[in-house]
Design a protein around this ligand. Structure first.
Ligand code: PDD
Length: 280
């Protein structure tokens, strides 16, 4: 089954889909995006993703006439056409195609692109053994709460992580505060208490993060949203990340140093099982 794309009203095989060279997403990174997935053909947490998408559009002042129901309808159609059980859905909206100038254009229609491809899941070995991460200075801008396509800092640290044989890179402030990974949120477990950095301008409000926090509260797992330092993480019993494509994934090494017991911990496994109960 082929991966497919939707561009401004039409479906294409993904390799035939194009946008203008004048698109502001391409020229200026002037756009926002969402990443969703399906479980057995059904979209997961679509309302939450739509809410975040509209927050991002508002945050960058992108004028549009999209509705959540309209976008969801297109996504559902795209997922159906692609036909994968586990799909990765990427949706991007930019401020449209027009002569390059940094200020907002007048009367330019936004560009809407949706792609659907087969989802690549973490391998069984990664699930069983956990993954390694690399720490990196948080070189991003001051609005990491917006899911913008301006991802160059994330690109650079992800490449550093890959080159070091690591699965992810963790953004750390100069004062040792940890924020999030390049494509996922971060959690630690110490003495049975789970902690994750609070919402604000320094992290994306991950949908999976919210789901895991809610599951912890519901199931009596102590959970704190608060500042977490790298020292705390290095001394933690368990560390894990959350994200749409990874769900809950154990981290067992940071900068080549084992963390926790060096293998996936029980709280992480419990939260992952609860998550699978909700989503899978
Ligand atoms: N990334 N933080 C960042 C910086 C992210 O890019 C993501 C998701 C998350 C986790 O959010 P969620 O649980 O809603 O997937 C946190 C997507 C998958 C991506 O950029 O591909």
């Amino acid at each position: 089954m082929p991966a497919i794309a939707y561009v401004n009203g039409k479906f294409f095989p993904i390799e035939d889909a194009v946008v203008s060279v004048e698109d502001r997403g391409f020229q200026l990174g002037d756009g926002i995006y969402e990443v969703l997935r399906t479980y057995r053909g059904r979209l997961h947490a679509v309302e939450e993703h739509m809410r975040r998408l509209f927050r991002s559009l508002d945050a960058i002042g992108l004028k549009h006439s999209f509705t959540a129901a309209g976008l969801e309808g297109i996504i559902v159609e795209a997922v159906k056409r692609a036909g994968f059980a586990d799909s990765l859905v990427y949706l991007q909206i930019t401020r449209g195609a027009t002569k390059r100038a940094k200020e907002f254009p007048k009367d330019t229609e936004p560009t809407l692109v949706i792609t659907v491809r087969k989802l690549e899941l973490p391998s069984a070995a990664m699930r069983e053994q956990g993954v390694a991460i690399l720490t990196a200075d948080d070189i991003r801008w001051q609005r990491c709460d917006i899911k913008t396509v301006c991802l160059l800092p994330n690109v650079l640290v992800s490449q550093q992580a890959k080159a070091a044989g690591c699965f992810e890179a963790l953004f750390v402030e100069k004062d040792g505060t940890i924020n999030e990974c390049a494509s996922a949120n971060i959690f630690i477990v110490a003495a049975g208490v789970v902690a994750t950095p609070p919402l604000g301008l320094r992290i994306l409000s991950g949908i999976t993060r919210e789901e895991v926090i809610a599951l912890a509260h519901k199931n009596g797992v102590p959970m704190q949203e608060r500042r977490v330092t790298l020292d705390e993480l290095l001394a933690a019993d368990e560390v894990f990340l959350t994200g749409t494509t990874v769900e809950v994934l154990s981290i067992v090494k940071v900068n080549d140093r084992p963390v926790g017991a060096g293998k996936p911990g029980l709280v992480t496994q419990q939260l992952h099982e609860l998550f699978r109960g909700l989503a899978g």
